[in-house]
Design a binder for this molecule. Structure first.
Ligand SMILES: Nc1nc2c(c(=O)[nH]1)N=C([C@H](O)[C@H](O)COP(=O)(O)OP(=O)(O)OP(=O)(O)O)CN2
Ligand SMILES: [Zn+2]
Length: 117
């Protein structure tokens, strides 16, 4: 019987953003060290894995971390709230064909968002 499993890898990147509509201090230009968790789900293959942790790492680093790290997120994502950044990450990885089932993005040590396809 084929079993299913979820595989998660964590990443971090530093980026600036500004939310001009925000009634508080987030209307000012500021930055975060984002913590990103990418989860892929699928059948456990005959080799015993869903997806190689190394392949997950190279895809996320190439398509997202290298493009977002040390940038102003407003330059690449309109109104870059944590929710919208997470959806951008999800859409990018789904378009690349990765079996992503959850993106969790920590904007601060206490605040995170979670999105699903
Ligand atoms: N649902 C969302 N709410 C907020 C977002 C967001 O992306 N989604 N973003 C922000 C700010 O960009 C930033 O995260 C600051 O939030 P804040 O709660 O002020 O976080 P701090 O830890 O800096 O605040 P404390 O003063 O330490 O409580 C705001 N909301
Ligand atoms: Zn912020």
């Amino acid at each position: 019987m084929t079993r299913t499993a979820s595989v998660t890898r964590s990443f971090s990147f530093d980026a600036a953003h500004q939310l001009p509509w925000h009634p508080g201090k987030c209307a000012r230009l500021h930055g975060h060290t984002y913590r990103l968790e990418v989860t892929a789900t699928g059948p456990v293959g005959t080799n015993g894995i869903v997806i190689d942790f190394a392949d997950l790492k190279s895809a996320v680093e190439r398509d997202l971390i290298d493009r977002l790290d040390h940038t102003l997120l407003n330059d690449s994502i309109d109104n870059p709230t944590a929710e919208r950044v997470a959806l951008h990450i999800l859409d990018t990885l789904v378009q690349r064909g990765l079996p992503v089932t959850r993106i969790r993005l920590w904007e601060t040590p206490d605040c995170c968002v979670e999105v699903h396809p």
